[in-house]
Design a protein around this ligand. Sequence first.
Ligand code: PFF
Length: 459
Amino acid sequence: MNSQRGEWSSRIGFVLAAAGSAIGLGNIWKFPFEVGNHGGAAFVVVYLFFCFVLCFPVMVTEIAIGRKTNKNPVGAYKALGYKNWSIVGILGVLCGVIILSFYNVVAGWAFGYFLEMIIGNFAIGDQFGAFVSDWFQVGIFSAIFMGTTAFIVARGVSAGIERAAKILMPSLLVIMLFLVIYAFTLPNAMEGLKFYLVPDFSKISLKVMYSALGQAFFSLSLGMGALITYGSYLSSRENIVSSAALITLADVGIALIAGLMMFPLVFSQGIEPTGGAGLIFVTLPGVFQSLGPVLGVVIGSLFFLLLSFAALTSTVSLLEVPVSYAVDELGMKRKMAVWSIAGLIFVIGIPSLLANGASDFWSKFIELPGVGMTDFMTFIGYLANDSFLPLGGFLVSVFAAYVWKKNKLHEQIAIGQDHYAGSFVSKFIDVTVSIIAPIILGILFVLTVLNRFFGVDVI
Ligand code: PFF
């Protein structure tokens, strides 16, 4: 291990940091509105299938490649002796840059809502449209957010990232569970639960499938090498399979809890579940108001504060990917890399900042044959989350199974784990990485692009 690069202080440190990367706006902001947009429980079933059957083995593979090479996603392929494949790493780094550019804007919303809750402005729920179109204000919140992210990343993996994740993730869980219990007591809660938990399988369409796939990859931070990067700081004593299982379970668990919280609340308020990106921001302030002036302010501000922290442990991992690339491959000093890349990504995020009503051009950016008029932020989300991440998952699976070769992958996974060879889990990973993932991800990638960007309706 190259001691200069740093290392997680313990396995639980790695698991918490990787879970911190996974758990974020994807679970609490995006998951509920994707479920709402795609017909409810049927989407949840497809999502769960993808998380456990496809994504979990891809996660094991990413971590194994990272630990084997101690490198960023680009350097990892080179270190294994496959220079041409480093293009996959570059794709991942670019994807990280794109995702962070818009993720940081939504994180700015969450942080802004925290401030609104502190002053007891519960009416902000109804003013969501005006709030997000105020680009200057949101720009300041986003800049604060990016600055904080850069500050943490600059301190290095163990000191900064681990410490923050250890305290804040459990607090977020507690407050969400409180809201779930409260939500269950409200009128119409059962209707919300029915929408969320009783699947109508006739709702499963191609669109539901690729949206669920994109959501699974996005939520688990897969397909762009974030877990290659985090795995590169993992010591060889640790068990990769059980770490990946814990990360997957924690991430899926938080998303499911977010749904349990949101749908009773949405239905009890008579709000349409198809509200899109505004869903939690429109729904929750009214809920906090109903808790009374004191409790409402306390719970409301704590919720958005912790949501901001959940987003922060994700933005930290998003920034870590291009930074580790710049440090390892371009020889930049860590501090310099952190601040310059963070600044650049903030600038790249300006169109997303303007895409929610502030500017007509960015808000009505492109007419997509498969979707209709789409704003710039949603558009790059489609590109990065639903197309590039599954493509990255496809490529990393093909690489591990057929280029690096399965026996090398298994050899790496087996380090730090007794009785791996011949076990059920090793066979499962084997079959998924070499057959199931390449086929399903390959087909869905092609169909997604055809459908969404070219309007071709294949099934
Ligand atoms: N998984 C994060 C979330 O659900 O909010 C988003 C994310 C982080 C995606 C890191 C990709 C990534 F590499």
